[in-house]
Ligand binder design. Structure first.
Ligand code: PPS
Length: 450
């Protein structure tokens, strides 16, 4: 019963659960005449209870809530474990003794589990909030994660892809992954790009993975198995049990050199990254195409606020009231540090103009001197058409069609062009953004091809 396995994982990984549960509206419903809270026990789980396979050596603690369950289960655990108190330290009682029918909502599993994400996200009201003057969507980046970013331990061998959303992150990160993996395309098949390259500050709610082919399921299982071994190794080494696979704990499990993604502006990026001089590749894109791409992404991504029109969205774009704030503040935070030895600042338009030159530049910056043939392999694998048709690089495969209301036929890998803004901007909007560019970028040396 995969559902129960999911539940188990969910339970192993929930840092901010209590708070989130508190924010969630709970619906009471009746099943066979008995009342349940949908946030605790869901109907589909009750319907599948007859499928539960018991074993003759199972032991169950059964009770009406608050009758003394936790007390009795602890006695039972010790009874079944030779009265060895040390074994109780392997995990919290709620983790050691699975609560079989509970399928708590809002598991905060950094995107490895749970069904129905798209659907549920769509039902979830997204709240925008400001952190240090920068806007965020609470369904995407939670305040408690931002508050803990200073705890992030960077390593000097780390490599970060950093960008304002929609600037070409996924493209650049795929090139970087191949650069760091000897141009071995086979290695990209170990998992979706969004899994291979953890997005450090995202604490995505309700992830959804539906795998349509046995091959993908096997790859995913292989990836999870590897993660479990790493976690086990981490637990043994550290003598600790991670109670939440938050990005922070993930960071400790991953082997070096780690390739990680962030959309955080410079001032919110974990300071340890610069202190350790970990490499950062920052990608920027002309703000007009950026705006259009982000607009379409708001339709595509269920967790982001929905806009009834381009014009309404454009106002928020101009006001910096989108997740990650003002594009120019974000860009300048890195542009002004582009001469630091650990930072490479690249532009989407330059990557489009000469893809192979960009691949070469990225490889060289990361310290790899590859043959023409290897550079060609990376260029070919990271072309727009290859990435669009590859389910391991096209994020569409993570959000199946028809599951995301409003997504309709929009693809994450939408057009991948320079100049699509002409199909959206009115003359007035064009003028307004030109003025912003002039006001904010003049004298900085930062310019774009439109
Ligand atoms: S995200 O969600 O912030 O990570 O998005 P991001 O990857 O930064 O940006 C998505 C846009 O990049 C385009 N893209 C590419 N363009 C050219 N070549 C390749 N290989 C490529 N891969 C992704 C993608 O299509 C989005 O741009 P638009 O303009 O919406 O098509």
């Amino acid at each position: 019963m995969d559902r129960f396995i999911d539940t188990e994982l969910a339970r192993l990984t929930t840092e901010n659960m209590a708070e989130e549960m508190a924010q969630t509206g709970t619906k009471m419903y009746q099943f066979k005449g008995v009342w349940f809270a949908d946030t605790n026990v869901q109907e589909e789980v009750l319907l599948r209870m007859p499928e539960w396979e018991a074993r003759s050596d199972d032991v169950y603690v059964v009770s009406y809530p608050k009758a003394g369950t936790t007390w009795v289960q602890e006695i039972m655990f010790l009874a079944m474990n030779n009265a060895d108190v040390e074994r109780t330290k392997t995990g919290h009682t709620m983790l050691r003794i699975p609560y079989m029918e509970a399928n708590i909502k809002r598991p905060n599993v950094a995107r490895l589990t749970t069904e129905n994400m798209a659907e549920e996200m769509a039902q979830t009201g997204t709240k925008m909030y400001q952190f240090d003057g920068v806007w965020f969507a609470d369904t995407n980046v939670q305040e408690e994660v931002l508050l803990r970013m200073p705890e992030w331990e960077a390593r000097s061998e780390d490599v970060y892809i950093v960008s304002y959303p929609k600037a070409g992150t996924t493209w650049a990160q795929e090139i970087m992954f191949l650069a760091m993996n000897n141009a071995d395309v086979e290695r990209t098949k170990t998992g979706h790009t969004m899994l291979r390259i953890p997005y450090i500050e995202a604490n995505i709610k309700k992830p959804n993975f539906r795998y349509s082919s046995p091959q993908k399921i096997l790859l995913m299982l292989w990836y999870m198995l590897k993660m479990m071994f790493r976690m086990l190794w981490f637990c043994m080494k550290e003598g600790k049990v991670p109670v939440g696979i938050s990005p922070l704990s993930m960071s400790k499990i991953l082997p070096s050199p780690r390739l990680l993604k962030s959309h955080l502006p410079f001032q919110l990026l974990p300071p340890d990254i610069m202190k350790k001089k970990a490499k950062i590749i920052y990608v920027a894109r002309n703000p007009k195409d950026l705006a259009v791409s982000f607009y379409n992404f708001h339709k595509w991504m269920p967790m982001l606020p929905k806009y009834s029109s381009w014009d309404k969205y454009f106002d928020d774009f101009m006001a910096g009231k989108l997740c990650y704030g003002h594009w120019y503040e974000h860009y300048l935070g890195f542009w002004n540090r582009r001469h630091e030895e650990n930072i490479l600042f690249i532009k989407y338009e330059d990557m489009k103009k000469d893809h192979k030159a960009a691949v070469t530049q990225i490889c060289e910056f990361l310290g790899y001197n590859y043959s023409e043939e290897m550079l060609d392999t990376i260029t070919e694998h990271s072309s727009f058409s290859s990435m669009k048709k590859n389910p391991m690089t096209n994020p569409d495969s993570l959000f199946p069609k028809g599951k995301t209301p409003g997504k309709e036929d929009i693809s994450f890998m939408r057009k991948g062009k320079v100049g699509d803004w002409r199909n959206y901007f009115t003359d007035e909007q064009n003028k307004a953004l030109d003025e912003t560019c002039k006001e904010k970028l003049e004298g900085t040396g930062l310019q774009f091809d439109f």
